[in-house]
Ligand binder design. Structure first.
Ligand SMILES: C[S@@+](CC[C@H](N)C(=O)[O-])C[C@H]1O[C@@H](n2cnc3c(N)ncnc32)[C@H](O)[C@@H]1O
Length: 373
């Protein structure tokens, strides 16, 4: 008897049908991602937001606002059906006789109402575009080959593209902008939450100077300089990033390599940096940080903004937070990055010669970690 036949005989009909539905959902997870990407590229969140129906739009109104060719209208309904079932948009029905569906924004899609420019209102659109950039998603198809061959390059990004992400970004301006714009959106989001939380603000009180290492366009440093005008803020990043950074006088940009030298300051900020690197590399970065800051008694510290897997706050519940954290972690494995649990953080802090740390879980799925020399 065929093996598959045996497997079926071991399962009830109910379990077989449930399993089939579950496999469809898992296998077509990418359809959800691509539907989200399509909606952002078509400008659907902004079209719903700007429709003037109290933040809702019928299919016809939506089509009008995004100038959709009429022949594509039935397909737009199918796209919106996936995105409402998956919770990106909400769905109500107008009272009869019209009875048309009215699409609205949810807490997720409200963060995607942006004009994709350099204003502070661009939401998280460019961050989600970075998460879904084909340069990052395509290498996932080679993940199993990479797992089974330790002679291969160190990441499946490198296996796919023939070079690591930072080298490719230094060479390709488009990828560099995609990373820079996405991270700028993320930094503006984080700083908005951070400045509303007194426990988070306390981290920056009492500092006279701070260097944001791998600080990109300087969005966080600029916001900290504005909120705490006595703190002298600077940003250290790679030469091609600093060359593109908007200079504004409040923040000093320094071009360099964090593995070589970090300019001295009371505190070093590392936001969304450590999860890009292996443990041994993080230890090296932290050792350079330690050389740049004063002693613990003199107020020296490193401020890390990253995930502590299994820790953090989320109003949306434990399961959602856990799924977001583990998905983020595996996503970062594309370039051999990853998120860490508390014991993994502790190990690298101790190895780099730090004496203690405090986790401040006020950023949803992420935390602030103060690390003391
Ligand atoms: C994921 S981004 C985070 C940017 C910023 N901290 C934020 O959260 O918006 C990582 C940053 O590290 C920078 N970077 C990578 N390697 C570096 C190095 N060796 N020295 C300094 N910066 C580096 C990248 O150019 C990039 O801006």
């Amino acid at each position: 008897m065929a093996l598959t036949g045996d497997i079926y005989k071991l399962m009830s009909t109910e379990d077989m049908l449930q399993g089939h539905a579950e496999l469809c959902i898992h296998a077509y997870g990418f359809v959800k991602s691509m539907a989200l990407k399509c909606a952002m590229e078509l400008g659907i969140p902004a079209a719903i937001h700007g429709n003037g129906r109290g933040g809702g739009a019928t299919l016809g109104e939506l089509a009008n606002r995004i100038a959709l060719p009429p022949s594509r209208l039935p397909r737009l309904r199918r796209l919106m059906r996936v995105l409402t079932v998956s919770g990106v948009f909400s769905l109500q029905h107008q009272p009869e006789p019209a009875g048309d569906a009215v699409y609205g924004l949810t807490v997720a899609s409200r963060l995607l109402v942006g004009d994709n420019d350099e204003t502070s209102s661009s939401g998280l659109t460019r961050l989600v575009s970075l998460m879904l950039d084909p340069n990052l998603t395509a290498p996932f198809s080679g993940m199993s080959a990479w797992f089974m061959d330790d002679e291969r390059p160190r990441s499946f990004f490198e296996m796919h593209h023939g070079e690591d992400m930072w080298d490719m970004a230094a060479r390709e301006a488009a990828l560099s902008s995609t990373i820079g714009d996405g991270m700028t959106d993320d930094s503006r989001f984080v700083v908005e939450v951070l400045l509303r939380e007194s426990r988070a603000c306390d981290v920056f009180r009492g500092l006279w100077s701070m260097v944001d290492v791998g600080g990109g366009s300087g969005a966080i440093a600029r916001a900290i300089a504005a909120a705490f005008p006595h703190v002298e803020c600077s940003v250290l990043d790679l030469p091609h990033v600093v060359a593109e950074a908007p200079e504004d006088g409040d923040v000093r940009f320094v071009s360099g390599d964090m593995f070589e030298y970090i300019p001295p300051a009371d505190a070093v900020l590392l936001k969304s940096v450590m999860h890009d690197w292996r443990d041994d590399e993080c230890v090296k970065i932290l050792q350079k940080c330690k050389e740049a800051i004063p002693s613990r008694d003199e107020g020296g510290k490193v401020i890390i903004i990253n995930m502590v897997v299994g820790s953090g706050t989320s109003n949306q519940g434990k399961d959602l937070k856990e799924e977001a954290q583990v998905l983020y972690d595996l996503f970062l494995m594309v370039f051999e990055g990853g998120e860490r649990e508390e014991h993994e953080w502790e190990k690298i802090f101790l190895e780099a010669g730090f004496s203690g740390y405090k986790i401040i879980p006020v950023l949803g799925i992420r935390s602030i970690i103060e690390v003391y020399p």
